[in-house]
Design a protein around this ligand. Structure first.
Ligand code: NAD
Length: 286
């Protein structure tokens, strides 16, 4: 979508971090903004920042794990802002702890928000975008959607983000004839409140944790080195939002943001190609 001025962007998890900066960056392009966030107050504060830029904005309390709630966000955008064109499925959480100690509830929480939340966004918004023959879906994945982080406590996150990349790759090809674009945002580490995700942890996964009771963001077991993609430069969410605006205008499938994560991706694909080389050698010797 090259012309954003006068259109409407919807952003889940728009009350903080990357989502907040996307809202402000799209507003700078002349878009009106609908924010959906589980945190009451956080979305409204960002809507106020958007209004201060002279654009219309609404904030809806929305839990992306609940399809009816996401459908409510779509209906509110249509009713109050007239339409939706750019849909950012961005809400996400992370949880910590070694894989062997991860509770079923912790698996469910992260998969529900980070993967099912994106699925719910597709179900709620895609029919409207296809019908109007114009639109773009931005799914916030992570570099952990392209390479495993190999750090404790992120296997559920990595699993979800691989799924988000798969959804986006499928949509990008399938929707091109319908005039709808799709992008996967794949950042390394960004300066946001993601490490305090447990502030929104549902009762089913143990309930919310107060900030003062949270441990350090990522504790590595003795002897384990910090994975390269996590040890990469910490970047600011404003920079992510600028990349997203560019990516939407160009219909870029992959929006990458941390050049130093490239090598890890190359290594993963080289390992897959090596498996094919091995197969070919085996077949030739049979
Ligand atoms: N910060 C990073 O290092 C980083 C790196 C790669 C990808 N990401 C991804 O970026 C996205 C945004 O995260 P962030 O870093 O800005 O974190 P953040 O915690 O600052 O913002 C996340 C927002 O999502 C909201 N949210 C949480 N659960 C929700 C739910 N069930 N329904 C609706 N909203 C919910 C929170 O209230 C918050 O406003 C996530 O998908 C995250 O996985 C972040």
């Amino acid at each position: 979508m090259q012309e954003l001025n006068g259109k409407v962007a919807v952003i889940t998890g728009g009350g903080s971090g990357i989502g907040r900066c996307m809202a402000l960056a799209f507003a700078d392009e002349g878009m009106d903004i609908a924010i959906g966030d589980i945190e009451q107050g956080a979305g409204e504060a960002v809507a106020e920042e958007v209004r201060a830029k002279g654009q219309r904005a609404i904030a809806v309390v929305c839990d992306v794990t609940d399809l009816d709630s996401v459908r409510g966000l779509a209906e509110a955008a249509k009713a109050e802002l007239g339409a939706y064109h750019v849909v950012c499925n961005n809400a996400g959480v992370i949880s910590g702890g070694p894989t062997a100690e991860m509770s079923p509830a912790e698996w469910d929480w992260v998969l529900d928000v980070d993967l099912q939340g994106v699925v719910n966004g597709v179900i709620a918004f895609l029919p409207g975008l296809v019908e109007q023959g114009e639109g773009h879906i931005v799914n916030t994945a992570s570099i952990a959607g392209l390479v495993p982080m190999a750090a404790p406590g992120v296997i559920n996150y990595t699993t979800a983000k691989y799924g988000v990349v798969a959804i986006t790759e499928t949509l990008h090809d399938e929707l091109a004839p319908a005039g709808v674009g799709a992008s996967a945002l794949c950042p390394g580490v960004v300066n946001t409140r993601i490490s305090q995700s447990a502030r929104n942890r549902p009762e089913s996964a143990g309930g919310p944790v107060a900030e003062e009771d949270m441990g350090p963001p990522l504790e590595l077991p003795p002897g384990m080195e910090m994975p390269r993609i996590i040890g990469a430069n910490v970047r600011e969410p404003e920079e992510m939002a600028a990349r997203v605006v560019e990516g939407v205008k160009n219909n870029d499938l992959y929006i990458v943001t941390h050049p130093e994560t490239r090598e890890a991706v190359e290594e993963r694909f080289a390992a897959i190609m090596a498996a094919f080389d091995k197969l070919e050698a085996t077949l030739a010797s049979e």
